[in-house]
Design a protein around this ligand. Structure first.
Ligand SMILES: [Zn+2]
Length: 236
């Protein structure tokens, strides 16, 4: 079931969460050789800023700098309505990407299975314990990351979390570069699945849930715009 959308996107329902559609928006690149961008949001239903930021860009007809783009603006739509981190039976979808047990994660993986590789993947999240914006950067050896640039864009609205340790990881200036050890983890988050199967550069962007929603949305939006500019090599 697909439908044409503004900005050259095709909207497709890839699954359901308790009667709410899980949507994917795909747009082929406007020129040959354009790079491939993946963005998801709303895998945790108590983290609305990312979904709002992505939905607004789609509503406005933002062109994503001509990139080939695959977007999942709300991976857990029922949980978003409920304001719940987990799905209705208490499962954190973002721990279900190694051997998926939930219909939601399975539907997402089926939708991704024919998608090939991306040049950049971004997962939009929020954190109640955060004191500012922060980023998990996972970059395959030899690739150049863009964490500082993304955090700099977010800092126009919410400055970086200055703690030395965030969520159990060593952090520097709001940037976490976690050791992956994917093989040892039974509970893969989406970002690990993407890194292992689809993309050499994966970011998880976090805004602080205790801050005003408009600022959190603006911070995610700024990071997405900056990522598009960098990946497409277009100055705005
Ligand atoms: Zn989250």
């Amino acid at each position: 079931m697909s439908q044409r959308w503004g900005g050259g996107f095709v909207r497709e329902i890839i699954g359901w969460q308790r009667g709410q559609p899980i949507l994917c928006f795909r747009r082929a690149a406007v020129s040959d050789g354009a790079r491939r961008l993946y963005i998801s949001a709303g895998i945790h239903g108590d983290e609305p800023a990312g979904p709002i930021a992505l939905a607004a860009l789609l509503e406005e007809g933002f062109d994503f700098c001509g990139l080939d783009a695959v977007l999942f603006p709300a991976l857990a739509p029922d949980a978003l309505v409920a304001g719940s981190r987990t799905n209705i039976v208490g499962i954190d979808l973002n721990r279900d990407y190694r051997d998926p047990q939930t219909d939601e994660a399975r539907a997402h993986l089926v939708a991704l299975s024919g998608q090939g590789d991306f040049d950049l993947a971004i997962c939009l999240h929020e954190d109640w314990e955060a004191e500012g914006s922060y980023i998990y950067e996972v970059v395959r050896a030899g690739r150049i990351g863009m964490a500082k640039a993304l955090l700099g864009a977010m800092a126009s609205h919410i400055g970086p979390d200055g703690r030395d340790e965030i969520d159990g990881h060593r952090a520097e200036g709001g940037i976490i570069r976690p050791g992956m050890r994917a093989a040892e983890r039974p509970d893969w988050p989406e970002a690990i699945f993407l890194f292992e199967n689809h993309c050499p550069i994966v970011y998880t962007l976090e805004t602080p849930s205790g801050f005003v929603l408009d600022r959190r949305v603006a911070a995610h939006r700024a990071a997405v715009l900056r990522a598009c500019e960098i990946l497409a090599g277009c100055a705005r």
